[in-house]
Ligand binder design. Structure first.
Ligand SMILES: C[S@@+](CC[C@H](N)C(=O)[O-])C[C@H]1O[C@@H](n2cnc3c(N)ncnc32)[C@H](O)[C@@H]1O
Length: 289
């Protein structure tokens, strides 16, 4: 096998990454290694343990970490006004006052804090909020140790150019008073948010879910980089982690190919999928239900 193909195969097998996405970067990496050392370097690299710092450093240039707070405004509006209130009501009806969110492939944490802010508002507007002692958690996971370190540090800077605050919708600006009211350069989550949001290193394709009985999973803008069988494995892990009736939110470019056990929540934006309860038949299409 060509040296480039060995690296491509390792990235596909261990990260799930599509070969057409990794090809050019692999060539660029190989070009940096002296020709007579390449074979040794490739053999060494493909045999590195996945948790080793050297393997982590190797995969880092292949990972795209683009993210920002309140990304995909239309989607979040539907989440805030329909999905979260319904999920909260279900928990109230079942008398289980726990709410769990998993942000899979959360990059540097903006998405996890966005989810926590939306959940906080939805809970405050929910029935009997002051009488209920809610236990809530948001778990952000990513493969990259580098972005998780930023997420755990929890300090976001409004520097010039593209930054975490580049596209905050009007309805959400009040969450960031330091940036939009006091013209400061930094936002930090408050203590309540810090207690709610936790980060773990997880490979979406090969690792088990970090949490179970989950109400909401956000998995946006990552499946597009993965090959079909890795997508299938990731979706199966997320489906198992959701509670019956729990909801999976995908990125705008993602589509579920196998909809068994899922119900499409909206026909306008095919990104919200509810895990059907075991009593429902799984082979009817959402339109038939
Ligand atoms: C483009 S960012 C998306 C961040 C966030 N979900 C959003 O939509 O703003 C994609 C993230 O997926 C992570 N990623 C890629 N492959 C992964 C895998 N196999 N397991 C876990 N995370 C992965 C990358 O490290 C990167 O931080």
């Amino acid at each position: 096998m060509l040296l480039a193909d060995q690296l491509k195969a390792a990235l596909l097998q261990r990260v799930g990454m599509r070969g057409d996405i990794t090809a050019a970067k692999i060539e660029a990496q190989l070009a940096k290694i002296p020709a007579d050392e390449r074979e040794f370097w490739v053999q060494n690299t493909v045999n590195l343990p996945p948790q080793s710092p050297a393997w982590q450093a190797f995969i880092e240039p292949f990972l795209i970490h683009e993210t920002y707070f309140f990304r995909h405004e239309n989607q979040l509006e539907f989440l805030a006004t329909k999905v979260l209130p319904d999920l909260i009501q279900e928990r109230i009806h079942s008398n289980r006052h726990e709410f769990r969110i998993w942000c899979a492939a959360c990059s540097s944490g903006e998405e996890a804090f966005t989810a926590a802010l939306l959940l906080r508002e939805a809970l405050h507007s929910s029935r009997d909020f002051s009488k209920i002692d809610w236990k809530i958690s948001v778990t952000g996971t990513d493969l990259s140790a580098e972005v998780l370190a930023k997420a755990r540090h929890g300090e976001y800077h409004a520097s010039a150019g593209l930054n975490s605050f580049r596209d905050i919708p009007a309805f959400a600006k009040h969450h960031f008073p330091s940036i939009f009211q006091h013209a400061e350069k930094t936002w930090r989550p408050d203590d309540a948010l810090k207690r709610t949001v936790h980060f773990q290193q997880r490979n979406l394709v090969t690792d088990p879910a970090p949490v179970s009985d989950v109400d909401l999973i956000m998995c946006r803008n990552v499946l597009i980089y993965l090959d079909e069988s890795s997508v299938r494995r990731s979706i199966a892990t997320m489906q198992a982690a959701l509670r019956p009736g729990g909801v999976l939110v995908l990125g705008p470019a993602d589509m579920l190919k196998h909809t068994d056990g899922w119900e499409l929540l909206t026909n306008q934006k095919a990104m919200f999928w509810r895990k059907t309860t075991p009593l429902q038949t799984s082979n009817s299409t959402p339109a038939q239900r």
